[in-house]
Design a protein around this ligand. Sequence first.
Ligand code: COA
Length: 259
Amino acid sequence: MTIRTATLNGVTTIEIARPEKKNALTTAMYQAMADALRAAAEDPAVRAVLITGQPGIFTSGNDIEDFMARPPGQGGSAVAESPVFQFMRALLECDKPVVAAVTGGAIGIGTTMLLHCDFVYVSDEARLAMPFVALGLVPEFASSLLVPQLMGQRMAAEKLLFGDPFTPEQAVECGIANAVLPASEVVNHARRIAERFNALPPGAVREAKRLMREPQRAEILKVIAAEGTLFAARLRSPEAMEAFQAFFQKRKPDFSKFS
Ligand code: COA
């Protein structure tokens, strides 16, 4: 079991649980998370969703082996129908509050998904990074729009072009996260935040969340579509192949032959 879901006291918890692979996300795991988000959105007993990981690791991002074996758009299927797109669409469309407890490293989509959560609490031991370019890829799911908006073009260039990791404190400073917590407290704190919605009127919460998201919604969807087309093409690029092979061969990639 690599995604555990449970609903208790008005909160659906989606726990990424594949510690032996640093919680790398496979297509099956994205599908399970998409299904869990949609079920939570439809269940009147659920007031909020909590996404969490394992001690020391939130997620190391997309499973790189899966990137090579099952890239979005494989076999002529629509990129937008792939499990990762279904997960992100379910996250964007979820009209109930989504709280993230970032229990440790959040790499690639591990950081990207936080941009679309409503509350983000980060362990003091976590590091966040979006190393897409170093993998021969491009930013995804509106991070090319939202990261410069949050931290400005200069900082965004460090995080998106170099993929420089950043600390939990920096994540709070630039507005990606609400607060930094001791590693031992982050999940319980995030759960308490999610449970606060049990005391609020659900209809008003839903409408308020929708109003907060609506003004930028069309632009975000447009950027996601443009990034997705490029991302899917780049997954098949020789630059990405070199980066992925280097990861599994535990060596530095060599991009010197590319122009
Ligand atoms: N995809 C597939 N496998 C992954 C993975 C990923 N994203 N991240 C980690 N793993 C696997 C490793 O290959 C290794 O497998 P093995 O035991 O069979 O050799 C195992 O998980 C443990 O990872 P390891 O790299 O040995 O752990 P670490 O503590 O030294 O480093 C990370 C942890 C997360 C910093 C490192 O694994 C990493 O950089 N992962 C890739 C992150 C990334 O680029 N993600 C894609 C973003 S688009």
